[in-house]
Design a protein around this ligand. Structure first.
Ligand SMILES: Cc1ncc(COP(=O)(O)O)c(C=O)c1O
Length: 442
């Protein structure tokens, strides 16, 4: 905290001191950014300093800060009514949004939608739905996965032990298997085409044979690109193979698209990159440009629970739904294509600067979900967490807001409407920040 305080401007310092007095100490906060206002991919702190935001408030601000069309949608809806509890009353905004989500859902079959307020609640509801629909109790999750912090989702979350420590026992019925990380495969892949096939064989031949009978498994919960775990893109074999395995055993496939969905990877849903149709999709974060909203989008034949089986007082709040409708429209009209083009531009830019940075071990991602794995040496691939933290701090000094993921990776997750000009400026800042961190650590 001392280095953070040293970097804080005078007004930021005041807020941080007050924060430390009254706000839970469980938050992360790597640097003393205290927002005053934002516009697009730029933000200004309370001391008047400008930054480029490559965090989007943890992959939430898909249309950037304070997009005028989102703001207008929120204002218009707020002036009409703020709330009418979709759980107990019919409410039009939720219907309109669910119809739109049905249109873009990543499966052929019609969809039904359950709304929540956050990602973790969407995961909770998806797990309950899976148990309800299948009558089975067991689940498969992945090491390195992040699905939220409530007790059901937390039973799957395994990207950092800190999120679980002191909270045991977890919800029973979850068995973890390795996520296929092409850069750091956990399982020895000898005799297999790639890390994806290796993990699928482990699930089928080891887990299902020795620990959990496949016919007792309700669902597999998976991120199509692992987010908090390190922005890990699985090999092409993995998701199609997982779909086939689920089909073989009557297991539901729940795709957690909370971080990867709603255009971030250049498609509505990351699973579409592999042509895989899940049974249930969890969405949140980027869906409403910053208004709190989560959604479980399920095949109609799967969302068959009865009256009173699931609900939420605030879930599908009409103001959040209005923000989501404006967000989806903007993404459809061009931001998704921009995510493809400027995302590629960022990856190309990173590949250009990589040769002068010995700490860049791997660059990966799709669209504007880009991970940069930092290592002590590209030969040993040894993790470099200190270097990662210093790079984040030096990024802040340069005027670039960054967040880490995994053990020592950085993520680029800017708003989907990032311009090439801001991408260039951010790459220059990143280049300088990483050089300074390398000077301190290598
Ligand atoms: C893939 C994924 N699932 C679930 C969650 C939990 O979402 P929330 O923080 O809104 O509960 C997150 C949040 O980072 C996430 O990235």
């Amino acid at each position: 905290m001392t280095e953070i305080m040293m970097k804080a401007g005078p007004k930021a310092k005041q807020i941080i001191e007050r924060d430390q007095n009254v706000i839970t100490p469980s938050y992360m906060r790597d640097y003393p950014f205290v927002i005053d206002h934002g516009k697009g991919a730029e933000v200004w702190d309370v001391d008047g300093r400008r930054y480029i935001d490559f965090t989007s408030g943890i992959a939430v601000l898909s249309t950037g800060h304070a997009h005028p069309r989102v703001v207008k949608a929120v204002q218009d809806q707020a002036a009409r009514y703020l709330h009418m509890a979709g759980t107990d009353f019919f409410e039009p905004m939720g219907v309109v949004l669910a119809e739109k989500l049905n249109e873009i859902a990543p499966f052929e079959e019609p969809a039904r939608v359950y709304f929540s307020n956050s990602g973790t609640e969407a995961v909770e509801a998806a797990l309950k739905l899976a148990r309800h629909y299948t009558g089975r109790a067991q689940f498969i999750g992945f090491i390195g996965g992040f699905h939220g912090r409530t007790m059901g989702a937390l039973a799957f979350t395994s990207s950092k032990f800190k999120q679980r420590a002191d909270y045991f026992p977890m919800m029973p019925g979850v068995t973890h298997v390795p996520y296929p990380d092409p850069y750091r495969p956990i399982l020895n892949g000898d005799g297999y085409a790639d890390a994806g096939e290796r993990v699928l064989a482990y699930l089928e031949d080891t887990i299902f044979r020795t620990m959990v009978p496949a016919e007792e498994v309700a669902a597999v919960l998976v991120e199509p690109i692992q987010g908090e775990g390190g922005y890990i893109v699985p090999p092409d074999s993995f998701l199609p193979g997982l779909r086939a395995l689920c089909d073989k055993h009557g297991i539901l496939l729940i795709m957690d698209e909370i971080q990867s969905g709603i255009g971030r990877t250049g498609k509505w849903w990351a699973t579409e990159h592999w042509g895989v149709e899940p049974d249930i999709v969890c969405s949140a974060k980027g869906i409403a440009s910053g208004m709190p909203l989560g959604a479980v989008i399920a095949r109609k034949s799967v969302m068959t629970w009865g009256r009173g089986a699931q609900g939420s007082t605030y879930g599908g709040n009409p103001v959040a739904c209005a923000a989501a409708l404006a967000t989806i429209e903007l993404i459809e009209e061009g931001y998704m294509q921009n995510a493809v083009e400027v995302g590629e531009y960022l990856i190309d830019g990173l590949r250009e600067i990589a040769p002068r940075h010995p700490s860049i071990g791997d660059i990966r991602g799709k669209g504007m979900m880009i991970g940069i794995e930092l290592v002590k040496s590209p030969q040993t691939r040894e993790y470099a967490p200190d270097l990662m933290h210093t790079t984040i701090l030096r990024g802040f000094d340069e005027g670039l807001l960054l967040l880490g993921c995994g053990v020592s990776a950085l993520r680029f997750m800017p708003p989907l409407n990032l311009t090439r000009e801001l991408a260039d400026e951010a790459l220059t800042m990143f280049d300088r920040a990483l050089s300074r961190a390398e000077d301190e650590h290598l």
